[in-house]
Design a protein around this ligand. Structure first.
Ligand SMILES: Nc1ncnc2c1ncn2[C@@H]1O[C@H](COP(=O)(O)OP(=O)(O)OP(=O)(O)O)[C@@H](O)[C@H]1O
Ligand SMILES: O=P(O)(O)OC[C@H]1O[C@H](OP(=O)(O)OP(=O)(O)O)[C@H](O)[C@@H]1O
Ligand SMILES: [Mg+2]
Length: 429
C-alpha cells in the first residue's frame, strides 16, 4: 500500500474560517479546500506506489529544472556559467542532457512539480526557489538542501496590507495583531497562494445556525474533516499573536484582493515591491515569513541509495561553489621592483585592498643583464572583488606596481567545501 510522505505536525491552531466568508462569492478566489488538497497528496502517493525508504528501479540520475517562469532562464544561465550547459534539442521537449555529467537526465518541470517529484522519488535533484521547497516540501525529511544560496530568484514571502483605511497607521505585525477589528465573527481575511495543508489533524466542527431571534433551530450539524490549515502563514500568524484569521487561496494577481474587498491582507512573494506599491499595499515590520532564493535540493533517499547520485551531486556542488565564489572577483597581475619577494610582500600587505584570497602570490621575473641572470622585478597575482578593483589598482600603483593586467575569474576551487562536508555529516557518511 502506498504510504504518504511523513507530514510534520503543526501546532494546533484555531482558524476561524468558514465557507460563508465573502471570498466564496468570487469565482477566482476560493476558500480553504481541504478535500482538494488531500486528494493531491493521495494522488502523489498512489502514483508512486512505493513506500518510504524505497527508491524506484532506474539507472539514470534525474535533475529537475524549472520549465517556465522567472526561474527558468536564470537556472540555465547559472549552469552554463558553471560549464554545465543543458543541451535541449527542442524547447518544447521536456527532457534534456548535460553532456559533462554522464548518466544524468534533465527534466523540465514546473517548480512545484519538481518538489513533488523529489518527494515521490521521480527526481533525484532539483533547482527551485526555497519558497517552493517550504511550501510543497511539507518539511519532509527526505528533502535535502545541498546549496542554499544560488544567488538568483531572490524574493521574500511577506504579509502586505492596504496603505489606506483602517490600516493607514498600522506598520507592524504587532500593531496588526492589536487591532480591535478582528473577532471570531470577523477575522482578518488573508489571501495567499501559499496554501499547503500541513497536517492530518482532524477537527470536528459543529455548525449551528440561528434563524432570527424567535426560532432557534439547529439546522444542521456539519462534520468537517478539517485538515488543519495552511502551513507557513498560520504558523507565522500564531507566533505573531494574530488570533482571529482566515486564509483564502488564489492563484495569481493576489495584490488585487484587498481593493476588490475579497481580503484584508495578502501573503505573497515580494521582490522589488513594485506590484505592492502599484496596488496601494505595504509590507509591515516583522511581516516577512521567509527569505527565498534559488536552491539546489536533493532527495536524501537518492543520495544514499541511488548509484552515482552522490558523485554527481558533489560535482555539481563543486562547480556551483567554485563559480559563485568567482563571480565578481578579478585576477590582478602586476610587476613590481624589489630587492626580494619578502620585501615586495611587505609592501603589498601594508595595503588594505591587496591581500587577495589567501595572500599575494609573488614570483621573481628573471632577466639577463650584463651576462648575469637576476630578478629585479617581481610578478604579483592577487584576487580582488569587483567593488574594490579600482582602489586596488590605485594602491598597487602607489607602492610601485606597473603593467597591471586584470581578467575575470571563472572558478575558484578551494579546499573541500563546507557544504559538502556538512552534507556527508548529515547523511551519516
Ligand atoms: N517577484 C519575484 N522576484 C524574484 N523571484 C521571484 C518572484 N516571484 C517569484 N519568484 C521566484 O521564482 C519562483 C517561480 O515563480 P514563477 O512566477 O515563475 O512561478 P509561479 O508563480 O510558481 O507560477 P505561475 O506564476 O506560473 O503561477 C518562485 O517560487 C520564487 O522562488
Ligand atoms: O515585488 P515585485 O518585483 O513587484 O514582484 C512581486 C510579484 O511577483 C510575483 O508575481 P508573478 O509576476 O510571478 O505573477 P503571478 O502572480 O502570476 O505568479 C509575486 O506573486 C508578486 O505578484
Ligand atoms: Mg509567479
Amino acid at each position: 500500500m502506498a504510504v504518504l510522505p511523513t507530514l510534520p505536525k503543526c501546532p494546533s491552531f484555531t482558524i476561524f474560517s468558514s465557507s460563508s466568508s465573502s471570498s466564496s462569492s468570487f469565482p477566482s478566489y476560493r476558500t480553504t479546500s481541504f478535500w482538494c488538497c488531500a486528494t493531491t497528496q493521495s494522488q502523489v502517493a498512489v502514483v508512486n506506489g512505493r513506500s518510504d525508504g524505497e527508491i524506484s528501479q532506474r539507472n539514470e540520475i534525474r535533475l529537475g529544472l524549472p520549465s517556465k517562469g522567472r526561474m527558468a532562464a536564470d537556472t540555465l544561465d547559472l549552469l552554463k556559467d558553471c560549464q554545465l550547459s543543458v543541451k535541449q534539442s527542442n524547447p518544447r521537449q521536456y527532457v534534456a542532457e548535460i553532456p559533462q555529467l554522464s548518466n544524468l537526465e534533465v527534466w523540465f518541470q514546473r517548480p512545484k512539480d519538481i518538489v513533488r517529484k523529489l518527494l515521490s522519488g521521480d527526481l533525484d535533484l532539483g533547482i527551485v526557489g526555497l519558497d517552493t521547497v517550504s511550501e510543497y516540501g511539507q518539511e519532509n525529511e527526505d528533502l535535502f538542501i545541498v546549496h542554499d544560496a544560488l544567488e538568483y530568484g531572490d524574493c521574500r514571502l511577506s504579509f502586505a496590507i492596504p496603505k489606506y483605511g483602517i490600516f493607514e497607521n498600522i506598520n507592524s505585525m504587532n500593531e496588526l495583531a492589536q487591532m480591535p477589528q478582528w473577532t471570531v465573527e470577523k477575522p482578518l481575511r488573508v489571501a495567499t497562494g501559499f496554501t499547503y495543508v500541513c497536517t492530518t489533524e482532524l477537527a470536528l466542527t459543529f455548525s449551528f445556525f440561528l434563524l432570527g431571534t424567535i426560532f432557534l433551530h439547529l439546522l444542521f450539524l456539519a462534520i468537517e474533516f478539517r485538515l488543519s490549515l495552511y502551513q507557513l502563514g498560520p504558523k507565522f500568524m500564531k507566533e505573531n499573536g494574530v488570533k482571529y484569521v482566515t486564509f483564502s487561496t488564489a492563484d495569481g494577481a493576489l495584490e488585487a484582493a484587498p481593493a476588490m474587498g475579497i481580503a484584508d491582507a495578502i501573503l505573497d512573494l515580494v521582490s522589488s515591491g513594485t506590484t505592492l506599491k502599484e496596488n496601494n499595499l505595504k509590507e509591515i515590520e516583522g511581516g516577512t515569513v521567509l527569505e527565498s532564493q534559488a536552491v539546489l535540493v536533493a532527495s536524501r533517499r537518492s543520495l544514499i541509495q541511488r548509484k552515482g547520485v552522490l558523485d554527481t551531486t558533489h560535482e555539481i556542488l563543486e562547480r556551483l561553489e567554485a563559480h559563485l565564489r568567482a563571480v565578481g572577483q578579478f585576477t590582478v597581475t602586476a610587476n613590481m621592483r624589489g630587492s626580494s619577494a619578502e620585501e615586495v610582500a611587505e609592501r603589498i600587505l601594508s595595503q588594505t585592498s591587496l591581500s587577495g584570497l589567501q595572500g599575494p602570490t609573488i614570483s621573481p621575473v628573471f632577466c639577463k643583464r650584463d651576462g648575469r641572470v637576476s630578478a629585479d622585478y617581481y610578478g604579483i597575482v592577487i584576487c580582488v572583488p569587483k567593488k574594490a578593483l579600482y582602489k586596488s589598482v590605485q594602491q598597487l600603483r602607489a607602492i610601485g606596481g606597473s603593467g597591471v593586467l586584470i581578467s575575470p575569474l571563472t572558478y575558484i576551487f578551494d579546499e573541500e567545501t563546507p557544504r559538502w562536508r556538512e552534507l556527508l555529516a548529515k547523511l551519516g557518511l
